[in-house]
Design a protein around this ligand. Structure first.
Ligand SMILES: [Zn+2]
Length: 213
């Protein structure tokens, strides 16, 4: 971007640097430059661990976050805790929230990544693919809904923490996950659209508009 502008500056300077024309003030030079849209000044990543095989899931998650420079993981699962105390498919896993040295928080901390659970950003209807309640709450921007309290906290983290922030959910595909709704709402409600959203696994830029299903 800077290189492009300097080319215009050089051309315009030559145009004005004739004996019969006064050299323009800097203000007038800038007035000659084409207007460009403001550059996004912030970014947020999203990640879903479901794409990785269970045997190496936690390890791959940490690897992916580290490779993108993520320094703070914001968990947007409604319930990141293991739903049963016994081992098994629903028992405690390295990617569930546990106490002590087990679970996702300590795994991330050992890799230099802060962990924060924002329960307010969870999908209140986990088994409703249409996410009716979450969508209604997001659309009611003046309502005092949990999601808006969570978005305020998330915006503060992205703007002022100095961390590279990623949103975590279980869903492998961001196209089908509420975290994409959350990230887009963050961009529109708190960054006036000047926020880039990236998929951690693929590095893909996620559009600010569109739907998830
Ligand atoms: Zn999800």
């Amino acid at each position: 971007m800077a290189a492009k502008s300097s080319v215009h500056y050089a051309q315009d300077t030559n145009q004005w640097a004739k004996p019969d024309r006064p050299f323009p003030t800097l203000h007038r030079v800038f007035a000659l430059l084409p207007e460009e849209p403001p550059m996004p000044t912030a970014a947020v990543w999203t990640v879903g661990y479901g794409a990785w095989p269970t045997a190496r899931r936690a390890e791959r998650l940490v690897e992916a976050l580290s490779s993108r420079g993520v320094t703070r993981l914001v968990d947007v699962r409604l319930n990141p805790c293991a739903s049963a105390v016994k081992p098994g498919p629903y028992g405690p896993k390295p990617w569930t929230l546990q106490t002590g040295a087990a679970g996702i928080a300590s795994t991330l901390n050992a890799a230099g990544i802060a962990y924060e659970w924002l329960v307010e950003l969870g999908n209140p209807q986990r088994h409703d693919r249409s996410m009716t309640i979450l969508r209604a709450h997001l659309a009611d921007v003046k309502g005092d809904w949990p999601v808006h309290r969570g978005l305020v906290r998330l915006a503060t983290l992205v703007q002022t923490s100095g961390d590279v922030v990623a949103l975590l959910c279980a869903c492998a595909d961001y196209h089908a996950c509420h975290r994409t709704l959350i990230a887009r709402a963050l961009a529109h409600l708190h960054f006036d659209g000047a926020l880039e959203i990236f998929d951690t696994r693929t590095g893909k830029l996620i559009t600010l508009d569109g739907d998830v299903a």
